[in-house]
Structure formats: structure tokens, C-alpha cells
Design a protein around this ligand. Structure first.
Ligand code: GAR
Length: 193
């Protein structure tokens, strides 16, 4: 199963996926390319480390969504990598019908909350401020509804007494790093069954 990862940030989840691949924990999946909409994103530094093409793709003209020329550039780049699965690992743009149609049924997203609670930006901060006793992360299929597609799996973490936003964030990120490679491995085994 050919995996393409899209990300905008430091890339700790892409790192977890590539580490899982390197240590034989990614099932029949392998990462064939990484693309970012941010030229300085940490995720791009994973390319040379893991010997995977990692490329900035210009997302202009929009700031928070992928549409128009930027969308066309992303579709072309991702299509050239012939993915079976597109993994959004901290890709901070809303996908529009052009991209969703080009890779229909093949896109999954990682979100740092127990969906359907706290969709959108800053899922961890939203949950922390609401005072929940369990927080966590979700891997779900991507549809036109932001953070609304079918839930594939979740991991919950307890919010301890005295928990800070920083300590809760660290717990949730650790849960994400464990969950996402497992879901990808499971999908890859199902695809090849
Ligand atoms: C992760 O916490 C992921 O859940 C979140 O961005 C972070 C990326 O971290 N995604 C979203 O908020 C999507 N709405 P990373 O770049 O270190 O993998």
C-alpha cells in the first residue's frame, strides 16, 4: 500500500509512521512521498532522514483552504506518487471537492480530540478549557464535512488532576504517535487481504 503524507508542521506523526515502517510495524504500507504547504515545515526534514521524497508544494492563492491553482498543484503532485492512501498528519488546510474527488475514499486524517467533540482548530485547547476528564485523538476518513468523516479508531487519555495544557498536549501527542501507524498497518492488511 503506497502512502502519501501531507503535513504543515513539525512532522512528529509522520516521523512515527516512518519509524514504524523502519521497524516493521507498518504492515504492508510504505511511505512513498511527503508533501507540505509550508516551505519551512519540520516535516520536510524527514525526507533525507528516511530517504523519502519530501517536497513543498505551493498552496497559493488561499490561506486556510486548498482550492484553485494550489489545489491543482497538490492534486498533480499527489497523483504522480500513485497513492493507495493519503494520510493527513497535521495538514492545516481544509480540503475542497477537487482534491476530495481525485482521491475519493483514500484520505484519512488525524485529529487531536475525541471526535465528534472539539472539531476544528486547537482540539486539545478546546478540550482542556472545557474541563473534560478524558481527551484523546481520532483517525477518521475524510469527507467534505471538516473532521466529520467516519471514525476509524480513537485513543483516549485521562486528564489527571493538576494537568496543564502542556502536559495534556504531550499525552495526546504520544497517543497519536501510537495510534496512527497502527491504523495504517491495519488498513494495509485489509487492502491486501
Ligand atoms: C497533530 O496533533 C494533529 O492531530 C494535528 O496537528 C498535529 C500535527 O503534529 N492536526 C490537526 O489539528 C488537524 N485539524 P505533527 O506535525 O507533529 O505531526
Amino acid at each position: 500500500m503506497r502512502i502519501v503524507i501531507l503535513g504543515s508542521g513539525r512532522g512528529s506523526n509522520a516521523d512515527a509512521i516512518l519509524e514504524a515502517q523502519q521497524t516493521g510495524r507498518l504492515g504492508r504500507a510504505r511511505v512513498v512521498a511527503i508533501f507540505s504547504d509550508q516551505p519551512e515545515a519540520g516535516i520536510l526534514a524527514l525526507g533525507p532522514r528516511f530517504n523519502v521524497p519530501a517536497v513543498f508544494v505551493d498552496p497559493a492563492p488561499f490561506k486556510t483552504k486548498l482550492e484553485g491553482e494550489g489545489e491543482a498543484r497538490f492534486i498533480a503532485a499527489v497523483q504522480a506518487a500513485r497513492p493507495d492512501l493519503v494520510v493527513l498528519a497535521g495538514f492545516m488546510r481544509v480540503l475542497k471537492p477537487g482534491f476530495l474527488t481525485a482521491f475519493a475514499g483514500k484520505i484519512i486524517n488525524l485529529h487531536p480530540s475525541l471526535l465528534p467533540s472539539f472539531p476544528g482548530l486547537d482540539g486539545i485547547g478546546q478540550a482542556f478549557r472545557r474541563g473534560v476528564k478524558f481527551a484523546g485523538c481520532t483517525v477518521h476518513g475524510v469527507t467534505a464535512e471538516v473532521d466529520g468523516g467516519p471514525i476509524l479508531d480513537q485513543a483516549a487519555v485521562r486528564v489527571a488532576p493538576g494537568e496543564t495544557l502542556e502536559s495534556l498536549s504531550a499525552k495526546i501527542h504520544a497517543a497519536e504517535h501510537a495510534l496512527l501507524p497502527v491504523v495504517i498497518a491495519r488498513l494495509s492488511e485489509a487492502e491486501n487481504a
